[in-house]
Design a protein around this ligand. Structure first.
Ligand code: C2E
Ligand code: CA
Ligand code: CA
Length: 511
């Protein structure tokens, strides 16, 4: 086409004509190039727009749950608070955090964990319903809702969420109940725009500290409590490094012969400034922050070491330790225990592992395997706090436990409640049918003791007989009056009264 144009122009005579023709040619080429460029440019700009849209949706949407992202939530909060200021309205931020997401991931794997997050997101979105609010995923297992209205609206939203979480959730073919901790902060009275989400999180964490599964409104005092908790956690990490722990031991008494059959190791934290800290305070903290493994390992090693010391001096009672769920989920737990037993030449049957009923009945592959491996290793297993969880007889048989410990709550009510008596009697009969020994813990009165003996309880434990005491106190007491040839330790209540060391008064028992 360019050649044709040139030959057409060649027919013209003057130089001017040639000049015009040249300009035309350049213009045509420039025009062609422009078109090509423009076409290319539009392709480029289309794909740029697509990429930008994708990026926008990534920034505005959480890819796992489809809820708003943290960045988009911040934008929505900014706009909503500005609207509130103009119209003198109120709004609430409701933060929802899944309790024990770490445990869920441990039990069901990351795939199961993601499934839970998606289902939680779906339920939260439903809770917003027709309200002009917004739901976002603002952390790994933390969600936030913008709820228009005053504090009452925030509380109503929390109640709606709690109701929506009542139905069980199916994960990996199993029904699981998911609980959440919910915190609420209302704008403007419970926080300025920049503080609102943080304050709702403070309220949520205060719920979590009390065990989760509830809701709370923000209160400035909560921040102080959490700073104290953070300090305690900091101190606990140091305590692990510096081994500030000690084991106290509380005897289990044979209900008929009154001999000591075992001692339960109960950990204490000797804090350099605070004094003795109860395990009720620091064990749940350690469990929440992944520190229970280190403390648990120390407890296992120390209990085995002490058991060997006692065995060498002729005290051959069984030693019991308490195991947390997180310890049970560790692959190498049984090997670790076996290694410590071997190191101190303790026969595995002389060690009891107390595992709470709720942990023992988690029917997951990991807990089933842990029980089977403890059983194969010949280690005695006791189901602690029995009566507080949900056990089926079949599951109890499969668990191969050797002992059930009736929870303190039933023992405490024995003298006053016929229901408690009926429950304890039923537990004793069932346990005996399954050939399990029954221990009653928290025995404080002679009346409780008599009832438990009448009902056929095998062993008793509680302040009536002895408080937890240091290994030294127990050894002292035993070696004072023990007949030289007696392999088992005979229990004499009067003796315990005389030999309680003064330091024991400062021990805070669990209530
Ligand atoms: P637990 O295993 O149910 O231990 C029994 C608790 O009841 C002990 O509290 C004991 O001192 C207390 N107690 C014993 N007899 C009586 C009584 O007659 N009346 C009353 N009111 N209380 C009595 P402690 O030592 O404060 O331990 C509390 C909990 O801390 C334990 O409950 C156990 O769940 C946990 N714990 C203690 N040591 C360890 C440990 O080494 N590892 C783990 N994972 N948990 C531990
Ligand atoms: Ca126990
Ligand atoms: Ca118990």
């Amino acid at each position: 086409m360019i050649q044709r144009l040139l030959s057409f122009l060649a027919g013209w005579e003057s130089g001017t004509t040639l000049l015009i023709a040249g300009s035309l040619l350049v213009g045509a080429i420039a025009f062609a190039l422009y078109w090509r460029q423009r076409h290319r440019g539009s392709i480029l700009s289309d794909s740029l727009t697509q990429a930008r849209n994708r990026l926008d949706s990534l920034q505005t949407r959480d890819s796992l749950t489809g809820l708003f992202s943290r960045a988009e939530f911040d934008r929505a909060l900014e706009a909503a608070t500005a609207r509130c200021d103009q119209r003198s309205e109120r709004l609430c931020v409701v933060v929802v955090d899944i309790d024990d997401q770490r445990g869920i991931n441990d039990r069901f794997g990351l795939e199961g964990g993601d499934q839970v997050l998606r289902e939680v997101a779906r339920r939260l979105d439903e809770c917003l319903g027709a309200q002009a609010g917004a739901a976002a995923r603002v952390g790994a297992d933390e969600f936030a809702l913008l709820v228009p209205g005053d504090r009452l609206a925030g509380l109503e939203a929390a109640l709606r969420i709690e109701r929506r979480f009542e139905p069980v959730l199916q994960i990996g073919g199993r029904a699981e109940r998911i609980s959440c901790s919910i915190g609420i902060a209302c704008y403007p009275e419970q926080g300025a725009r920049q503080r609102l989400l943080l304050n709702a999180e403070v309220a949520m964490r205060s719920v979590k500290l009390l065990g989760g599964g509830a809701h709370a409104e923000y209160d400035p005092a909560m921040g102080t409590a959490q700073r104290a908790q953070a300090q305690l956690l900091h101190d606990l990490r140091i305590a692990i490094e510096e081994s500030q722990f000690e084991l106290y031991y509380q005897p289990k008494i044979d209900a008929r012969s009154l001999q000591i059959t075992a001692v339960e190791a109960l950990v204490r934290w000797n804090h350099p400034q605070r004094g003795i800290v109860s395990p009720v305070v620091f064990i749940p903290l350690a469990e929440r922050h992944g520190l229970i493994g280190a403390i648990g390992d120390w407890v296992i090693a120390e209990a085995c070491r002490q058991a060997a010391v006692w065995r060498r001096s002729g005290l051959r009672m069984r030693v019991a330790i308490n195991l947390s769920g997180a310890q049970l989920r560790r692959d190498d737990l049984v090997e670790f225990i076996q290694a410590r037993l071997a190191e101190h030449a303790i026969p595995p049957g002389r060690l009891t592992c107390e595992i709470t009923e709720s942990v023992a009945m988690e029917d997951t592959r990991v807990t089933r395997e842990a029980f089977a491996r403890l059983g194969r290793a010949g280690i005695h297993v006791s189901i602690d706090d029995f009566g507080t969880g949900y056990s089926s007889l079949a599951a109890l048989r499969r668990r191969m436990a050797a002992e059930l410990k009736i929870d303190r709550a039933f023992v405490c009510d024995l003298e006053t409640s016929s229901d408690a008596r009926a429950i304890v009697q039923a537990i004793v009969q069932m346990a005996h049918t399954l050939e399990l020994r029954v221990v009653a813990e928290g025995v404080e009165t002679q009346g409780q003791r008599d009832l438990l003996v009448k009902m056929g309880c095998d062993e008793l434990q509680g302040f009536l007989f002895a408080r937890p005491m240091t290994a030294q106190a127990l050894t002292l007491w035993a070696s004072d009056e023990r007949p030289a040839s007696h392999a088992e330790l005979a229990f004499r209540p009067s003796l315990f009264g005389e030999t309680l060391p003064p330091a024991l008064d400062s021990v805070q028992p669990a209530t």
